[in-house]
Write a protein that binds this ligand. Structure first.
Ligand code: ADP
Ligand code: ZN
Length: 611
């Protein structure tokens, strides 16, 4: 049953006046028209795709209050602040509020003085919020992070199951469920559990074209990171992921010692420190958060310019989710991963010693293999990522393999030499060693350990001098990635696999990835053609103005106690800096400057430009 009196031009008008944007992106327009007309929708869009507008605009266009169910209680205040800054009447109800505040919000809702009301899901399974909603007029229900209804996912919230009653109680109110989780299984589960099987399905591409994917061989990871930040991301906000708490602390200290403002975040810190650091990261400009993967769920800071991984993620899904936190605002951003032999050894060990049963461990191993394949590919990283999520893509032109195509080379002979060393140690000496010893043997190095075990008497001693140590490590890494070699035990000793014998028996050729020359010379830090820094390609004058505007924004945000991006996004400041508008009318045409912000900040901006 669709309303017929919806005015088709209205959504576009709201987009311009309220949000200051001039056109819809992707499916937004169709989704909004569908919901405005009273239809149910299930929306799958990647992070940064622009899901919020899909329910915010219909809530403004349709009579009544838009009710948004979101599990991210900690972020409700920021979301409401951002809407308030746009002149939208928004509020939230959750368990952190005192009685008085709740009463005020309820009164505003009943009086029809709200455009949007955010609720935690647990509020709806309790009876009082239901009774409140029954007494007001509702424009729509938006169910954000809808994958939380999936029991097989990582973010299951039992309270989400209760949301299926919305349809029974309010059959005429349109519902829109949104998620960035892509798999078909989750999608189906959302539709069934939320009673949305009749809803129209909108699936966007999961590509994030503004993110540049780069994976480099790990040499001195902290130095490589510092190099990246100094050369390409000076002054930018970003996230650095590390596997352990200890390396989070060490890396944060290292960055601070080198003049980069960085904060640690991991489960070992007390709740107050964690919340404090997260709050600073969201609010202040240009902070680097060094964190374990405990950090990030629901962080919708739009101007995260880079996500760096100092350790190998456990799966492609995890990698995609973590890197997806970069560049929600659509501006150029970097996803950078340093990966080395030790990562493989360590992760295999973690899998071997994990608690689950054999099937569980096989699952983990399959995830790791897919991740390794991504690291060692000579194909476009992005097309490989998208293929993993069932999408086709051509060479993207914005990943390291597209920008500086690695050569692939026939590594069969080195592979045989390496495998043969492992075989001899095992057969002739009944010994197992880690990669280092095999490489020393191949290079003919008379180390103490070589002397002690008389490995210089092996026939393979010194037969591998055509490659350098780093190249031998790459050979080992790629053999591991291709399953032609394996590691086991606490010391990461090398052992042969079923695949090894085909290589040793010359029945199988082994192609390997050769790192581009420049990457190798600069110690593996990578050399993208252009910096992703927001101010990077601005002219001298514009860059200067951009910095002035940024300082103004920081002061304004601080004064109002809101994150800097609530005042204006980077992209908006950038456009203002480039165009240097001389009048309020000209300023009003900049993307991201709506009527409310123009009235509130216009004069100050014009003064900043003039001054
Ligand atoms: P998601 O919730 O899907 O991760 P958001 O709704 O937060 O994404 O939107 C991501 C960013 O894109 C926000 O900064 C938002 O203001 C911006 N955005 C969304 N739609 C448009 C549009 N049509 N034009 C310009 N910017 C947009
Ligand atoms: Zn590519």
């Amino acid at each position: 049953m669709l309303d017929s009196d919806a005015n088709p031009g209205q959504a576009l008008e709201v987009l311009g006046k309220v949000f200051g944007y001039d056109s819809f992106r992707g499916d937004q327009s169709e989704i909004i028209d569908h919901v405005v007309a009273g239809g149910d929708a299930l929306v799958l869009m990647p992070t940064g795709g622009g899901k919020s507008l899909c329910y915010q605009i219909p809530a403004l266009v349709r009579p009544g209050v838009g009710v948004v169910v979101s599990p991210l209680i900690a972020l409700m205040q920021d979301q409401v602040d951002a809407l308030t800054a746009l002149g939208i009447r928004a509020a939230f109800l959750n368990s952190t509020q005192d009685f008085e505040t709740r009463r005020e919000v309820e009164a505003a809702f009943l009086a029809g003085e709200l455009d949007l009301l955010y609720l935690a899901p647990e509020a709806l399974s309790g009876g009082s919020a239901m009774r409140l909603l029954e007494r007001g007029r509702i424009a729509l229900f938006a169910i954000d992070e809808a994958h939380c209804v999936s029991q097989w996912g990582h973010d299951f919230r039992p309270d989400y199951l209760a949301l299926s009653v919305l349809h029974e109680k309010w059959p005429d109110v349109p519902r829109i469920a949104l998620t960035a989780t892509a798999t078909t299984a989750t999608r189906k589960e959302i539709a069934t559990r939320l009673n949305l099987t009749g809803a129209r399905l909108f699936v966007s591409s999961f590509d994030r074209p503004n993110i540049q994917y780069r994976i480099v061989p790990k040499a001195e990871p902290r130095k490589q990171l510092l190099d990246l930040l100094r050369r390409e991301h000076a002054g930018d906000a970003g996230i650095v992921y590390c596997l352990s708490r200890a390396s989070v602390e060490k890396t944060a200290d290292f960055l601070v010692d080198n003049g980069i403002p960085a904060l640690p975040y991991h489960a070992g810190l007390d709740a107050r420190t964690r919340a404090g650091n997260q709050g600073r990261f969201l609010r202040e400009d240009g902070l680097v958060m060094v964190a374990t993967i405990a950090f990030g769920m629901g962080i919708d800071k739009p101007d995260v310019r880079f996500v760096a991984h100092l350790d190998l993620p456990k799966s492609v899904e995890g990698y995609y989710q973590e890197t997806g936190r970069a560049g929600r605002d659509g501006q150029p951003s970097t996803a950078w991963l340093a990966y080395g032999l030790q990562d493989v050894v360590q992760q295999r060990k973690m899998i071997d010693t994990s608690e689950g049963d054999a099937a569980y461990r096989r699952g983990l191993a399959a995830h790791l293999d897919a991740m390794l394949a991504l690291c060692e590919t000579t194909e476009c990283r992005r097309s490989q990522l998208l293929a993993y999520f069932g999408e086709q893509g051509d060479r993207c032109g914005n990943c390291d393999t597209c920008l500086e195509p690695p050569q692939s080379w026939d590594g069969t002979v080195p592979a045989q030499k390496l495998l043969s060393t492992v075989l001899r140690l095992q057969r002739e000496r009944n010994q197992k060693f880690g990669a280092g010893q095999s490489i020393d043997i191949l290079l003919g190095r008379k180390t103490d350990k070589v002397a002690q075990f008389r490995h210089d008497e092996l026939s393979v001693f010194g037969i591998g001098t055509e490659l350098q140590e780093s190249e031998w490590r790459a050979v080992v890494r790629q053999l591991l990635a291709q399953g032609l070699l394996a590691v086991e035990g606490d010391y990461g000793t090398l052992v042969l696999t079923d695949g090894s014998s085909a290589v040793l028996g010359r029945q199988r050729q082994v192609m390997m990835r050769k790192e581009p020359e420049r990457v190798r010379r600069s110690g593996g830090s990578g050399t993208a053609k252009k910096s992703a820094t927001v101010a990077a390609d601005l002219s001298g004058e514009a860059a200067e103005l951009f910095e002035k505007l940024r300082a103004w924004r920081a002061a304004t945000a601080k004064e109002q106690g809101v994150p800097a991006y609530v005042v204006f996004h980077d992209a908006t400041l950038r456009q203002i800096a480039t165009e240097a508008p001389g009048s309020l009318a000209a300023l009003g045409t900049v993307s991201g400057v709506g009527e409310n912000k123009l009235a509130k900040y216009g004069d100050q901006i014009i003064a900043t430009i003039a001054g």
